[in-house]
Design a protein around this ligand. Sequence first.
Ligand SMILES: Cc1cc2nc3c(=O)[nH]c(=O)nc-3n(C[C@H](O)[C@H](O)[C@H](O)COP(=O)(O)OP(=O)(O)OC[C@H]3O[C@@H](n4cnc5c(N)ncnc54)[C@H](O)[C@@H]3O)c2cc1C
Length: 447
Amino acid sequence: MTLTEFVDVVIVGARCAGSAAAISFARAGRSVIAIDAAKFPSSTISTHLLWAGGVAEVARLGALERVESLGAPRLPVGFAAIPGAPAIRATYTPIDGIDYGLCVRRYGFDAALVDTARAAGAEVREQTQLLELLVEDGRATGIVVRERGGRVAELRAKLVVGADGRRSAIAKQLGVSEPTLSHHNERCCFYSYFRDLRGEWRNVAAQWRAGRELGTAFPCDGGLVLVLLMPPNERAEAFRRDRETAFARTIDQLPGLSDRLAGCPRAERIIGATNLLSYFRRSSGPGWALVGDAGHFKDPVTAQGIRDALRFGRLLAEQTASVLDDPQQLDHALGNWEAQRDAECLEVYHWSNLMGRADEVGPFDVALYEHFSRPEHAHKLLDVHSRLLRPSEVFPMELVVDVSARPASGDQLAGPITSIGERPELALARYIARSDRRSASSAEHPD
Ligand SMILES: Cc1cc2nc3c(=O)[nH]c(=O)nc-3n(C[C@H](O)[C@H](O)[C@H](O)COP(=O)(O)OP(=O)(O)OC[C@H]3O[C@@H](n4cnc5c(N)ncnc54)[C@H](O)[C@@H]3O)c2cc1C
């Protein structure tokens, strides 16, 4: 016999987006059950840099103390270098008093979020699998799950939240898996961990590019440094054939990264993520919402996904908890929440696609580095990563127009933009043109 339970909110997925929503609904006094097929602590395929804006989102959820107790060093400095240009070294404008990034392995980070959700009063059921979404008269009304041990339960709720990641089963069952806007990322991801013996780099989140290669070193918990390589997609085959050799050779092609890692032994296996698609999906409807990657994903090159999953998980609860009992008001609030997510994320999505292009380092990059290496501009770059400023408020218009005017370079270029029907960098240039008009007469406009 199937057991039926009634709660205000059910959430499928309990990592970044799901825990953030669970914490915030519970804090608002709502009954909430979050289920996850995983057992915590456990890892997932993702690197995990948070800029100061992401750390501020962790703090807003009340999870920062738990997360910091995992021992990751604070990262107050951002560093980026390419050949032939001065390096960029920048610090943050504080957000809610936070002026540092953090890089905490998902194994501990996600468990800290789950613990925070439980402490706030949410119920989190691990090793529990979604079987079916319940829809009545076009309205989501609950889910059927199989719990650890095999018990099948029906969880009825006023709101069903899909926080179940990029392959969201909730999106599939609602028929909204097909993106409304999408972009095939030009780079793939291969990452591993090294024992970090370089004390002088321990508080610096760093990126190097050379040729068409891109690599990062982010000091993290456990005395380790996370090394993420993002080669162009066509090099994925070399990694498939011999991951170890391709990883080592790519580091060799980035002399700055290679120097950074001198004397640091590899401590973990290499993990890969290829064929990544960035997208927006329709993310709300009668009695349902999709948060985090379930509704929207960006190129990891700008490291924004965790921050947005936390922020829009929290905002979903803050904007709907008081109207859960009135379906009409609830659906209206859900629509507003989705519109806010799109308004805050669309430009960053296009900017991420631009930053993720797999082009050779060239004159465009040299000009950008010359611009952002100046002390008066450097912190603005970190402020974009922290989301205090929009890319169009910071990137010099003439440079972006220059890159958007370059001819397409065949297969290496972006995949189809399904609903906007234009290249992402053109869309970004348009944003920038708009803000340029606004700021043309102000001294703030870059030279
Ligand atoms: C290679 C890579 C590198 C990245 N690097 C960064 C970075 O440095 N910084 C950053 O901010 N972001 C990064 N991101 C993005 C980041 O990983 C995501 O944005 C973030 O994990 C989204 O969190 P989420 O809670 O939406 O989804 P997820 O973390 O994917 O969690 C979804 C959860 O749902 C559960 N679930 C799924 N289906 C079911 C089901 N049917 N029943 C029960 N449970 C289910 C899963 O078990 C899982 O625990 C990266 C992504 C990739 C792929």
